[in-house]
Write a protein that binds this ligand. Sequence first.
Ligand SMILES: NC(=O)c1ccc[n+]([C@@H]2O[C@H](COP(=O)([O-])OP(=O)(O)OC[C@H]3O[C@@H](n4cnc5c(N)ncnc54)[C@H](OP(=O)(O)O)[C@@H]3O)[C@@H](O)[C@H]2O)c1
Length: 337
Amino acid sequence: MDRRLRWGVLGAARIAVQKVVPAMQRGRFSRVVALASRDRARGEEAARALGIERVHGSYEELLADPEVDAVYNPLPNHLHVPWSIRALEAGKHVLCEKPVGLSPAEVEELLRARDRTGRQVQEAFMVRAHPQWLGVRERVRAGRIGPLRAVAGFFSYFNEDPGNVRNVPQYGGGGLYDIGCYPITIARYLFEAEPVRVAGVLDLDPRFGTDRLASGVLEFSAGHAVFTCSTQAVPYQRVQVLGTRGRIEVEIPFNAPPDRPCHVFVDDGSDLAGANAEVVTFEACDQYTLQGDLFSQAILEGRPVPLPIEDALAQSRVIAAVFRSAESGRWEALRRD
Ligand SMILES: NC(=O)c1ccc[n+]([C@@H]2O[C@H](COP(=O)([O-])OP(=O)(O)OC[C@H]3O[C@@H](n4cnc5c(N)ncnc54)[C@H](OP(=O)(O)O)[C@@H]3O)[C@@H](O)[C@H]2O)c1
């Protein structure tokens, strides 16, 4: 008997068709059996290309499909919480793309729907499933670089397409929601704490009204995290992790390639050019496959999913505080709303 969890996909999103669905289909515990699209022909084309057996012409139809156990939600950001709640209420478990909600209040609604329905929901931060980040945290915990003092992250690409969901403010567009969320979740993951206060600054694109450059400082009781992200800069991503006796540099922190090994450099600072750094190699793996399988396995075995929605709520409070600080020009403490 095929014991894999049966997945349905809401919308033929680029991320779903190009990366997540093919990766989940290579998993041991996940089977993508249905896809829904507002445009049935587009849905059928995507399903044919991905070998998905069933196509639905509406999201409602997919949620009513009795042979779907769990739903992957890659809709635009403003539709994450509304359709994830509808999926939970239809008896489906949900893996929803990041950022899971546009405000802490939205994420709290999702958390209540989880408790009301008894179904599980998780924010799809695939990086948290990648062995390189498990390896970095293990080394920080083991004191390999001394007490952690700072995390610095960059993430950027160039996209000026007015039709792209990232450049539409009503859809929850902008860099902070789209890619700023990554250095924030990684800093929280490594400090294993929430920041006590944050400062943020945004540069808005006058055409779109979305942030095209965003920077933030997160003050943790044990140290600082700083990040800059941009939707209109050279494609780049890197994370530096600084301790009192060493540092760790993560070469491709967020879009780790599925087809080649990843490198992390552990350096004691004895040579400023990093010539003495130890190169730690993580064998090639697909973080989307891992994410899907860890979620599916947890459901199949009746365990909590790897990333509780409480983590997404804490994450959304940090993002909300960065937006508030950019508005007020002051440091902002985290707030529940
Ligand atoms: N984790 C990651 O690595 C990663 C990477 C990229 C994106 N993402 C996340 O994935 C989500 C989708 O990003 P994407 O670049 O894949 O977007 P996209 O290609 O624009 O896909 C969005 C899909 O949502 C559906 N949709 C429903 N209402 C819509 C509306 N009003 N406007 C536009 N589309 C609508 C459409 O599907 P149908 O027309 O077929 O119904 C569309 O294909 C975002 O939340 C983003 O943050 C995550």
